[in-house]
Design a protein around this ligand. Structure first.
Ligand code: NAD
Length: 289
């Protein structure tokens, strides 16, 4: 299949490489010459504009920083340039409202489009083990599924347009809040004189258990291997967690939802990032508690 791929950064680079490995002809574009050079090394054909990359495409996949960029790339250079038979798949994490409005603009011009944000970081993007949460109608999902499967281990239909983004930000709101709750419990346990491995052995089998504890323990040397064992480097950056929490707060405000824990998590990650820790793994917030 001829697939245009827009945005070959930390995530998109590995994803495009996995499409090539699956036998697709990938036509790549990124504003960064460095990202394009890496894509060429991974077997992508490279182009000097979005418009050139999407000519004749059967599908267009994007992995871009934010909603404003997604909107401008699709409305200016994809819609009306790619064949209307091309399926459009935006895998970026963006706000629900923009995901819906871009999909509406695509539909008005005759395209099928899905929002398909991912769970899993750079290692999962490189390894082809992402989880995709997909918003779009049944037909579009059926067409998206085999393309996304080449880049991930799970592809789940979340519902109509925008539902993939809704699932992603609700999930990450849980993650942000449970990580902070887990960190503060370990900090208190230590002050109360508990051995932290012993506390882990108890809580990981008791009702305090969560993914933040048993898959991504924020305490070095406790639980499975995690960024805590690597100086809080190389996992999911606190700045990206803050981005997702901000999207969750925007969505909650628009929907009139009461999210006090999510709001507090956003404040704490805001302060953590403002103190110069945006590039640190998000579990590093334990250092501030
Ligand atoms: P990144 O900054 O590494 O990559 C984004 C790429 O988009 C860059 O190479 C940039 O040059 C390119 N770009 C920007 N504007 C462009 C334009 N107009 N046309 C073409 N290319 C353009 O970011 P990333 O870490 O790869 O994240 C991408 C998306 O994935 C974000 O929405 C992020 O929230 C989401 N995400 C990231 C992670 C992670 O761990 N990094 C995990 C899950 C989801």
């Amino acid at each position: 299949m001829k697939i245009a791929f827009i945005g070959l950064g930390n995530m998109g680079g590995g994803m495009a490489a996995n499409l090539v490995k699956a036998g697709h002809e990938v036509h790549a574009f990124d504003l960064s010459a460095e990202a394009l050079a890496r894509a060429a090394e991974n077997g992508c054909a490279t182009y000097t504009s979005v418009r050139d990359a999407v000519q004749g495409a059967e599908a267009v996949v994007s992995m871009l920083p934010n909603g404003k960029i997604v909107e401008s790339v699709y409305t200016a250079d994809v819609i009306g340039q790619a064949p209307t038979s091309a399926l459009l798949l935006d895998c970026s994490t963006i706000d629900v409202a923009t995901a819906r409005s871009v999909a509406d603009a695509a539909a008005a011009a005759g395209y099928a489009m899905v929002d398909a944000p991912v769970s899993g970081g750079i290692a999962a993007a490189n390894g082809g083990t992402l989880t995709f949460m997909v918003g779009g109608d049944d037909d579009a999902f059926a067409r998206a599924e085999p393309i996304l499967s080449a880049m991930g281990k799970a592809v789940i239909h979340a519902g109509a347009s925008g539902a993939g983004q809704a699932a992603k930000i609700c999930n990450n709101m849980i993650l942000g809040a449970t990580m902070i709750a887990t960190c503060e419990a370990f900090a208190l346990a230590e002050k109360l004189g508990l051995d932290l491995q012993t506390f882990y052995d108890i809580s990981s089998k008791a009702s305090g258990q969560s993914w933040s504890m048993t898959s991504y323990c924020p305490v070095p040397g406790v639980g499975p291997q995690s960024p805590a064992d690597n100086g809080y480097q190389g996992g999911f950056a606190a700045a990206l967690m803050l981005k997702d929490l901000k999207l969750a707060m925007e969505a909650a405000e628009a929907a009139g939802a009461n999210v006090p824990m999510g709001a507090r998590a956003e404040e704490l990650y805001e302060a953590f990032a403002a103190a110069g820790n945006g590039g640190m793994d998000f579990s590093g917030i334990i250092k501030s508690l």
